[in-house]
Design a protein around this ligand. Structure first.
Ligand code: AP5
Length: 241
């Protein structure tokens, strides 16, 4: 992979002429959900709904929700289901989701998945939600997490090892400062992986058991993973549910 962010090719190069509809991106911390969601959002013009980003936005604004979530997030623990369900409900009430959206980081407990299953018809879910699980080995995940840097303004995601900015600490796109997430430490990562294995892995099995699920190899370069996801979405949209 090159260090030039502009060289992150768009999935359009995979020849996309369809709308993916509502999409779930699943996978462990650091597999690349946010990176891939940003590419899908740019390509298809549908919004990324990241519960992690919404929570971090609340922390930055100093809201009561942010204050309640910060301690849990810094320790690598999950925020209570009711809080994130309400956040997602409020977000899915917006008009920009009608052509589809990319849910990133939600659901991550079986209770959240069940809530989503029962609430999607209320949000007028058409076509049905499809899920793509991204897989990467745990050793690589730690490197991705500790190397991650994010633009404080446009939120573009970098990695000091695999996708560094041209000028260290500065966003290639808008020149803003890059920051490191407070939960991107080795200790918090270990806790996040524990939460993932015990609480989120069953969510993946929940969707695997449906006929609306695909899995892609997330160890490949960003552009290749993007092409695999677009191919998976195409095949999901072509199959009968
Ligand atoms: P959240 O923000 O959702 O974090 P996460 O799921 O742990 O996932 P990450 O954002 O760490 O990783 P990612 O998969 O998006 O990877 P990225 O693309 O950035 O959640 C944070 C916290 O919020 C949770 O711990 C919890 O406390 C709370 N929370 C959020 N949602 C919740 C919910 N539903 N319920 C309860 N609590 C909730 O990539 C990572 C790095 O790898 C980057 O540096 C990137 O450049 C690099 N990279 C990406 N792809 C590649 C590639 N193919 N090759 C090489 N490098 C790559």
């Amino acid at each position: 992979m090159t260090s030039d962010s502009a060289a992150h090719h768009s999935p359009a190069q995979a020849g996309t002429t369809f709308l993916p509809g509502p999409v779930l991106l699943l996978g462990a911390p650091g597999v690349g959900k946010g990176t891939q969601a940003q590419l899908l959002m740019a390509e298809f013009g549908i919004p990324q709904i990241s519960t992690g980003d919404i929570l971090r936005g609340n922390i930055a604004r100093g809201t009561e929700l942010g204050k309640a979530a910060k301690e849990l997030m810094d320790k690598g623990q999950l925020v209570p289901d009711q809080i994130v369900n309400d956040m997602v409900q409020a977000r899915l009430d917006n008009d920009d989701v009608h052509a589809g959206y990319i849910l990133d980081g939600f659901p991550r407990t079986l209770a959240q998945a069940t809530w989503l299953d029962t609430h999607l018809p209320i949000f007028g879910e058409t076509p049905p939600l499809v899920a793509v699980n991204i897989r990467v080995d745990e050793a690589e995940l730690l490197r991705r997490i500790t190397g991650r840097r994010t633009c404080t303004v446009c939120k573009h995601i970098y990695n000091i090892y695999s996708h560094p900015p041209v000028k260290p600490g500065v966003c290639d796109i808008d020149g803003s400062t890059l920051s490191q997430r407070s939960d991107d430490t080795e200790a918090a990562f270990a806790e996040r992986m524990k939460a993932y294995v015990s609480l989120t892995a069953p969510v993946i099995e929940h969707y695997r058991a449906s006929n609306r699920f695909r899995e892609v190899d997330g160890a490949a370069p960003v552009e290749e993973v993007a092409e695999s996801i677009v191919s998976a979405l195409k095949s999901l949209r072509q199959s009968k549910h």
